[in-house]
Each structure stands twice: as C-alpha cells, then as structure tokens.
Ligand binder design. Sequence first.
Ligand code: GMT
Length: 379
Amino acid sequence: MNIGIVCYPTHGGSGVVATDIGHALAQRGHAVHIISYATPFRFQPYQSNMHYHEVEVSAYPLFRYPPYDLALANTIMDVVESEGLELIHAHYAIPNAISALLAREMLGDICKRVKVVTTLHGTDVTIVGQERGYQRITRYGIEKSDAVTIVSEALAKETTALFGLLAKSLHVIHNFVDTERFAPGCCPDKRGTLAFEGEKIVMHLSNFREVKRPLDVIEAFAKICRTLKARLIMLGDGPLLRACKDRSKDLKIADRVRFLGTVDTPWELLPQADVFFLPSEHESFGLAALEAMSCGVPVVASNTGGISEVLTHGETGFLSNVGDVAGYAKSMEQLLSDPKLHKRMADAARAHAVDRFSEASLMPRWEQFYDDVLAGRVS
Ligand code: GMT
C-alpha cells in the first residue's frame, strides 16, 4: 500500500499514534508519507519506506491567521499526485481531515479517487469539535470521510451522541504501544537521578491543559507525603505548569516535586516510576497510562472516558471519580505501602499491555482495515 499520514507533529497522543502506525506500516513494507508542518517528534528519519513532506505556510503580511489548512490541502494534493497515494489517513478532525477531503476534491479526475480515513482522538470531538466555530465542519469531516476510526468505545458512544451519528459509522481501533521500547527494567541508572534512595516515585505526564487536571496531581501527592517518603516527577509542559509549581510551594512540598518539562524519550523515565498518575477530567483513551503499564507501572487514574478500556480497576491499577483527590491518595498509599500488591499489579499491567495493546496484536487490524477501505468493504 501507498499511504499518506496527516498529523500534528507536537508532543501529543494523536501525533504519537499517527507516527507509530506509520513506522509499523513501513516495517511491514508499505510506503508511508507523513505530512505535517514539522517533523513529528517520534519520527525516525532513517527508516526505509518512511518519507516526510513538510507543509510550507506563507507568512504574507495580509494574513492575521496564516491559512495552514489550505497549505496542507495543497501539499496533500501534491503528494497524492507525485507519489501515487492510494489512501490518506488523517489523525485529528480539525484541520487534518478537512484538508484531506479538500485535497481529494481538488484532485477531481486528475488521478484515481484517493480514499480518506479519519481517526478521531478525543479533544477533536469533545472540546474543539463542540465549539460553535468548528462544530459543523467537524461533522462534515466525519460524514465525508470514506471511513472513520475512533480510539475507544467510550469516545465512539460520546461522539455518536454529540453529533447524532449512527454508531456503526465509527470503527473502534484501540491505540497500541511499542512494548519492546516501553519495557520494565529500561535505563535503571536513571532512577538515581530522579529520586533519593528509599523514596517512592509517583509520575505524571501530560500537556498540562485544564482537561488533564494537573493540579489534582499536586493535591493528591501532598496528601501521601504526610505518610510516605515519596517524590513526584512531573513530565511535560503546558498552560497549568506555573500554577502547579505555585501550588506545590503553597502546600510546602516543592522540595518533593521535580518538573522536568517536555521529554522526547519517556520510555527511559516511565520504568523508574512506582505509580503513574493520570487524574484527567476527560480522557478518550489515555496513551500515557498505557505506556506506563507497558513499562510495568501500575496506574492510578480518573474513571472517565476510555480509561477503563485500557486499565482494569483492582488488577492493573485503581480508578476514582474525577476530582476525588482523597480517593487517588488512598489508592497510591495502598500501592506504595504494600510490596506484594504492587508487584502483582505491576506484572498484570505489563501483561495486559502486551496481550491487548501491542503493535503485533493491533497492526494486522489496521492493515485489514485499510484493505477493506480500498476495496470499498467499509464505510
Ligand atoms: O488533548 C490531548 O490530550 C492530546 C490528544 C491528542 O490528540 O494528541 O490526546 C487524545 O488522543 C490520545 C491518542 O489517541 C489519547 O490517548 C488521549 O486520551 C486523548 N486526550 C483526551 O481525550 C483528553
């Protein structure tokens, strides 16, 4: 197959998923063309069958808002024509799906009709897609794509309700994780750089947006500090980072918290954690939680969206209601003070990630899906 993948290049789940699917397809011998405004951070440039096409956006002074969507559509059209793409896979509805559809429209009869597959990741339908300025165009992107996939059953249910769609028009394909890269025991020397001997490590990784509720991480960690010798490692960057730093000072735990900013190699740090903590307001899937599980780290998270499809409460981690800071703290205390429980959950987390969410188990599904779309067997 000859596939174009359109995605965001930034440190976010959708860009990671898009790039990982691209690498896995290239390894299986398919030609993959990644199209974005910068090289996605997980992109490995020296892999055969893997190509990158940069979108050039004009900064002409007339434009208050440079029209990236149009430049993207133009680039997609060029790549379809020059590389003979059969299928474009757009990750995230706005603007990627819309630009792919526009490119197909512009191509008209120039070449064989290219298929457009859109994957909905979460905030594209639950937040951005609900804004008045984007709701109708998000629906258009969903309805006009040849096929739409979605990352969890929970998000499929929510999306069909929000947009009044038929449930069968959304195909659930869970995200996968590279279980060889995200593995227990990786880089043990890093642990000593994160925490002192004898300290338990709680880790959080996010883009520090409101939807991630990073302040709940600080509040819950402050509670467990009263009884446990522990350190909190905060990975990532975003709008609430400053507020988190300030709150940790207010709660007098600043010396127990380290903010490491954006990391490009989370597989080196996640295995050092004793607990991964994700108390989001909403999470369509929770790729970061899956990556932690793959490293053999139990997860404490909020029971929202698709998280319960990724981790099993009481087996691979613990779930509490959104905002239940006392509940999170209790779960973490339980895990961190009971080595037998911790070991059982750590092993179960790794086994669950390998059995259910590995590349090997999900890539055949993607290949079959693309085949079906190209043959007109899916809509
Ligand atoms: O808003 C974000 O968290 C980023 C966003 C993205 O598209 O990069 O993440 C969403 O997609 C991920 C990959 O499918 C999912 O693992 C995340 O759960 C989802 N985020 C939310 O639903 C908040």
